[in-house]
Design a protein around this ligand. Structure first.
Ligand code: ADP
Ligand code: MG
Length: 372
């Protein structure tokens, strides 16, 4: 059993604190992805788990052991980096086996483990090649193979796919997921790419400025973002954000007044969580704003209003519609699309079940963090 536990972990570089007392409990066999913008502290956190950076405060446990003062080689972890770090003068086979040779494992055991990793990663045909004669994806596979042969308790990945082109990145993503299914180790994976995070993770940890903003399953953080930062970071195209104000009265039901005289009812589930006069940011995902007849079937509680679409982007199965409310650009989606020419006025349905409300001052979801 290999849980990884971070308790009040702090990192300072000199006077500068870059990771601020974070707590995180990673379960045995769990695939956890740390995601956030560049510079938010993802690599630093991963490197502290690996032992490549000393921690400035707090406790890190891997399995039952507190590893604060253990060197990397005694933590039973394997790390895969963005730049592969292969030995250029060694064949694939020797690259795969080198760490085990240094650890003085018997030849036969090295051979067995190297063959097994090669089989898992489909490297059999390339075993006698040098890294220079491999594609980017193949090199990345060798880097992963080198991690696998050590049979670590925990895999640590730092942006392993960032150097690959988009298509290969998609393929390798699937391979990493398969790998996890097969070896079932605990994985901590760092990326700045929210799509990668959503598709790979059992649970996502969203970081900003050295803090953890939210932890949850991909659908938790998508459906119930704790704050406006998480809401805007997760999802593509990004969530629309409109400024509004709570109006009306409790008896007839509270409304939110947006620009251009558009009013939407406060969804039933949020009626008790907002107050008259409160400034609100209304978060609307493009998927939840669809022209009448071109949306999802399970509409539930909805409200309709007219908008002029000035630009449309056909993607085949759907078309992204660009419009505006007040000075804010708003994106909607047309499912089962038909051609659109020039400016066209549409009646849009907005799904109230899926609208997100944030307090404008604090940026927090008015419903609180529903994931605990
Ligand atoms: P991420 O991986 O999320 O892009 P990092 O963990 O690499 O971010 O960096 C977090 C913060 O720590 C950044 O502001 C970065 O500039 C700073 N930082 C990282 N390494 C060092 C270092 N060796 N010395 C000083 N500051 C550092
Ligand atoms: Mg990094």
């Amino acid at each position: 059993m290999t849980e990884v536990s971070l308790q009040q972990v702090v990192k300072n570089y000199g006077q500068l604190e870059v990771v601020h007392s974070i707590d995180l409990e990673i379960k045995d066999s769990e695939f956890v992805v740390l995601v956030g913008p560049s510079g938010c502290g993802k690599s630093t956190t991963l490197r502290m788990i690996a032992g490549l950076e000393e921690i400035s405060g707090g406790t890190i446990k891997i399995g039952d052991r507190i590893v604060n003062d253990l060197p990397p080689r005694d933590r039973n972890i394997s790390m895969v980096f963005q730049n592969y770090a292969l030995y250029p003068h060694m064949t694939v086979r020797d690259n795969l086996g080198f760490g085990l040779k240094i650890a003085k494992l018997p030849e036969s055991e090295i051979g067995r483990r190297v063959d097994e990793a090669a089989e898992i990663l489909g490297l059999g045909l390339y075993m006698d090649r040098l890294p220079a004669a491999l594609s980017g994806g193949q090199r990345q596979r060798v880097a992963m193979g080198r991690a696998i042969v050590r049979k670590p308790d925990v895999f640590l990945f730092d942006e392993p796919l960032s150097n690959l082109d988009a298509k290969l990145r998609g393929q390798m993503r699937t391979e990493i997921k398969k790998l996890h299914k097969r070896v079932n180790n605990t994985i901590v994976y760092v990326t700045h790419d929210q799509v990668e995070a959503m598709t790979l993770a059992d649970r996502i940890v969203i970081m900003r400025d050295g803090h953890i903003e939210q932890v949850g399953t991909p659908l938790d953080v998508f459906d119930n973002p704790a704050n406006i930062f998480v809401a805007s970071f997760i999802g593509s195209p990004p969530m629309n954000q409109l400024d509004g104000k709570v109006v009306g009265d409790e008896k007839s039901g509270l409304q939110i007044a947006l620009a251009d005289n558009i009013q939407i009812p406060v969804p039933t589930r949020a009626q008790k969580s907002v107050t008259k006069g409160q400034a609100i940011i209304v978060g609307i995902r493009p998927d939840d704003l669809t022209p009448v007849g071109h949306g999802m079937m399970d509409a539930g509680e909805t409200v309709s209003f007219d908008l002029t679409v000035s630009i449309s982007e056909p993607l085949g199965t759907e078309t992204i519609l660009f419009s505006s409310i007040g000075a804010k650009e708003v994106q909607g989606k047309m499912l089962n699309p038909r051609p659109i020419e020039g400016d066209e006025r549409f009646t849009f349905n907005l799904s109230l079940d899926r609208v997100h409300l944030f307090d404008a001052e604090s940026g927090m979801n008015v419903l609180g963090d529903q994931n605990g």
